[in-house]
Design a protein around this ligand. Structure first.
Ligand code: PMP
Length: 448
């Protein structure tokens, strides 16, 4: 006898999840009529808000033409135009070419494969290691997870993961070397040299980093000069730099890409999330002509791809999103609103000694919670501060994103506030008001 109950496997199998009926702008509404401010843009994804008429129109127009063609047989106007548009977003003088996929994990895994294949085709197949940072998240598939410093998501699958080297994160609030910028002389960047010397540059294909560390670090912004030094080290050792822009890309950080906060042009760029702003699964790995050239001159084929890669329906949707972001000045708005959001969140320092740090760029702001700001000592993880706060906020009609910290490889308490880029100052005031109320409620359950 079949059961009359939900058969959807949810993150918590026995979890009680509200059923969403619709979304509009920065709000989501559940079937019971409760409204939530989506101050996390889902998972830092719905960056132009919900129910956008211009995007829906573009999706309908494409659906009337053709939704699917197989990439081994055809290309389409939508996908060609999107690649051209992304070449502009990537910046620089050199052309960036795009390999389309469907999720951030596929984008970083494709980036990794392009890097490895680049060296194979240059006759250097032993250059196949990818270095990452120990506070990082690059995705859930086995290759992407091999490059990720996310302890909890890795531990069950250790035997399947590549044993890649990791380096220290550029996390000034909890400097892994106990130093302060600029007296530190960017020891975190120099740590890449240590890893290169240990493993041999002849074995290393790429270094991958989130320009601003997201899920594993709650919007950790590296200090000035960090990526310029990283790039220098990569160049000296013939190592490619992969910027994982899945969370930070497409105006999220007040710039076209997160890496634009530094004067650096990555060799390979992974995009996802804000690329289609949640309207359809869409992600991409971009690489420069220099990276692509040996492959073109060699096998002339990138050994990767998915059935839904480069489908015109997703391409038209993403193209409409990118045009919307440009047309409505959302890069600038992300910068301005983000400055306001950060200022408002910093004003909470006056109310809460448990707010240790407020950081981030544009509309991606992280808050790290501690027992007391003066000691930076975290709460006992068994107290579940972050989970309690996310729950309290949801009860108060506010959605926020739980994240890790640079403390002992990703644990500690932190959240990311990343509302849609269209959020107004009044709406930011309301977000901060609901957050304050939620922190007050959780503190009642915490030891003093
Ligand atoms: N890279 C980064 C920086 C991410 O934040 C994420 C998702 N949180 C991923 C990769 C993986 O993306 P997806 O969940 O779409 O596979």
């Amino acid at each position: 006898m079949k059961k009359d109950q939900s058969l959807v496997i949810k993150p918590l199998l026995d979890g009680n999840y509200p059923v969403i009926s619709h979304g509009e702008g920065i709000y989501l509404y559940d079937k019971d009529g409760k409204a939530y401010i989506d101050a996390a843009s889902g998972a830092v994804t719905a960056s132009i808000g919900h129910g956008n008429a211009e995007i829906i129109e573009a999706m309908n127009e494409q659906a009337k033409k053709v939704s699917f063609v197989y990439r081994s047989q055809f290309t389409s106007d939508a996908v060609e135009e999107l690649a051209r548009e992304l070449n502009e977003w990537a910046g620089g003088d050199e052309d960036y070419y795009t390999f389309f996929v469907n999720s951030g994990s596929e984008a970083t895994e494709t980036a990794m494969k392009i890097a490895i294949q680049h060296f194979q085709e240059r006759g250097l197949p032993q250059k196949n290691i990818i270095i990452s940072r120990w506070t990082s998240y690059h995705g859930i598939t086995i290759g992407a997870l091999s490059m990720s410093g996310h302890k909890k998501r890795r531990e069950r699958f250790h035997s399947l993961l590549a044993d890649y080297p990791v380096v220290a994160p550029p996390a000034c609030y909890r400097c892994p070397f106990g130093e302060t910028y600029p007296a530190c002389h960017l020891k975190c960047a120099e740590d890449l040299i240590t890893a290169i010397e240990k493993n041999g540059a002849e074995h290393i294909a790429a270094f991958i980093a989130e320009p601003i560390i997201g899920a594993a670090g709650a919007a950790i912004v590296p200090p000035p000069g960090y990526y310029e030094r990283i790039m220098e080290i990569c160049r000296e050792h013939d190592i490619l730099f992969i910027a994982d822009e899945v969370m930070t890309g497409i105006a999220r950080c007040g710039t076209p890409l997160g890496i634009n906060h530094w004067n650096v042009l990555p060799d390979i760029i992974a995009l996802g999330k804000g690329l289609s702003a949640g309207y359809t699964p869409m992600a991409a790995a971009l690489c420069t002509e220099t990276v692509l050239e040996p492959i073109k001159n060699g096998s002339n084929f990138i050994m990767s791809g998915h059935t839904y890669s480069a489908n015109p329906q997703s391409a038209a949707t993403a193209l409409a999103v990118l045009r919307y972001v440009r047309k409505h000045g959302l890069i600038e708005r992300s910068k301005e609103n983000g400055t306001y959001l950060k200022k408002k969140l910093k004003s909470l320092f006056n109310h809460f000694a448990c707010i240790g740090d407020v950081r981030g760029a544009g509309m991606m702001v992280g808050i790290e919670f501690v027992r007391h700001r003066s000691s930076k000592k975290p709460y006992d993880s068994l107290l579940g501060f972050t989970q309690k706060l996310v729950k309290a906020a949801q009860n108060n009609g506010l959605l926020i994103y739980p994240a890790g910290t640079a403390r002992t490889k990703g644990d500690g308490d932190a959240v990311i506030i990343a509302p849609p880029l269209i959020t107004t100052e009044e709406e930011i005031d309301e977000i901060v008001h609901r957050l304050k109320q939620s922190i007050d409620e959780v503190l009642l359950e915490m030891p003093s």
